[in-house]
Ligand binder design. Structure first.
Ligand code: F6P
Length: 341
């Protein structure tokens, strides 16, 4: 078989580990050949390819980013997009496609599969918000980076008796904030799933100062005050219609200063959470996803996504995997709340 591979959406550590595993098993065990598509769905849409074989994937396991490049291109937002994708894949004699991506990239894969394209999906995102899989790779690395940032903020906050606020990514899910906030001993964790009250946050801040510690607040970028709206960057939208979130830490800084008179400062962790080498867990998960994705292609089992359930890798229908966002359940947030204040 001749198999196309693409990585779409926001990048995350572990993408190269998937590509390596797909090619190593696909070539070495099954004798298939591969074609890399550049920059997510932009590759098949424009016919932009890159050679992909065992030599090309040597040494990429620990490397962050993706050797194929990525983009948020949506073929369904382009004129004749899906037909162009089909024509370009046929011209390159591609028998099957492996799409590595999050909600948007896999949503396109599900639609194209429903229209007859042989495609297998691999879930990735630092946000960990894909239902049907226990974890996505990239998440563990992002949580570790955020936790290290919290540890560092603690020491400088103590020196200056300040409130330090860390804004982390995650879009409309609070997974990164919840895990890093618990691991880092945050004073309070704010997530999109649970709108917050400024007065309560300020009470937690004062309680922490009362015990001679300085508060660290971890806020997910999608966290929203009870009487307020999402904080976005000038209403910018991407090709999938998503708003660009950023700024809740700044809002908290202003409110906390105004209400408590304490010195408060905001840090936005941003793309540091997506860059650099993957953790061992993410390398392990990404590698296993790659091995199982190429198995699915080899067996002609299309329209599925590989998924982690416990320690087992299963296949789930793509359509099911992208149907709803996986958000933080109430009981997990309740556990974290024990440590607030
Ligand atoms: O989905 C991954 C993610 O990093 C989100 O957490 C964040 O909201 C978004 O992508 C940022 O997108 P961009 O890299 O396009 O600014």
């Amino acid at each position: 078989m001749r198999i196309g591979v693409l990585t779409g959406g926001g990048d995350c550590p572990g993408l190269n580990a998937v590509i390596r595993a797909v090619v190593r098993k696909g070539e070495g065990v099954y004798g298939h050949s591969f074609v890399g598509y550049r920059d997510g769905w932009r590759g098949p849409l424009t016919g932009d390819t890159v050679p992909l074989d065992t030599a090309a994937v040597r040494g990429i396991l620990p490397r962050g980013g993706t050797i194929l490049g990525s983009s948020r291109t949506n073929p369904y937002a382009a004129v004749d997009g899906p037909s162009l994708v089909r024509e370009n894949l046929a011209a390159a004699e591609i028998d099957a496609l492996i799409a590595i991506g999050g909600e948007d990239t896999l949503g396109v894969a599900a639609q194209l599969h429903a229209e007859g394209l042989p495609v297998v999906g691999v879930p990735k995102t630092i946000d960990n918000d894909l239902s049907a899989t226990d974890y996505t790779f990239g998440f563990d690395t992002a949580v570790n980076i955020a936790t290290e940032a919290i540890d560092r903020l603690h020491t400088t906050a103590e020196s200056h008796h300040r409130v330090l606020i860390l804004e982390v990514m995650g879009r409309h899910a609070g997974w990164i904030a919840l895990h890093s906030g618990m691991a880092g001993g945050a004073n309070v964790i704010l997530i999109p799933e649970r709108p917050f009250d400024f007065d309560k946050v300020c009470a937690f801040v004062e309680a922490r100062f009362a015990t001679h510690y300085s508060p660290i607040i971890v806020a997910a970028e999608g966290a929203t005050p009870i009487a307020g709206t999402l904080v976005t960057r000038e209403g910018e939208l991407d090709a999938f219609g998503h708003v660009r979130l950023q700024g809740i830490a700044q809002v908290l800084e202003t409110e906390i200063r105004g209400r408590t008179g304490r010195d408060a400062r905001a840090t936005v962790l941003g793309h540091l959470q997506r860059g650099g080498t993957p953790t061992a867990f993410d390398r392990w998960l990404a590698t296993r996803f790659g091995l199982h994705a190429v198995d699915a292609v080899h067996e002609g089992d299309f329209g599925v996504m590989v998924a982690l359930h416990g320690t087992r890798i299963d296949r789930v229908p793509l359509a099911e995997a992208t149907r709803e966002l996986k958000t933080v359940p109430e009981e997990l947030y309740n556990e974290a709340e024990i440590f607030f204040g």
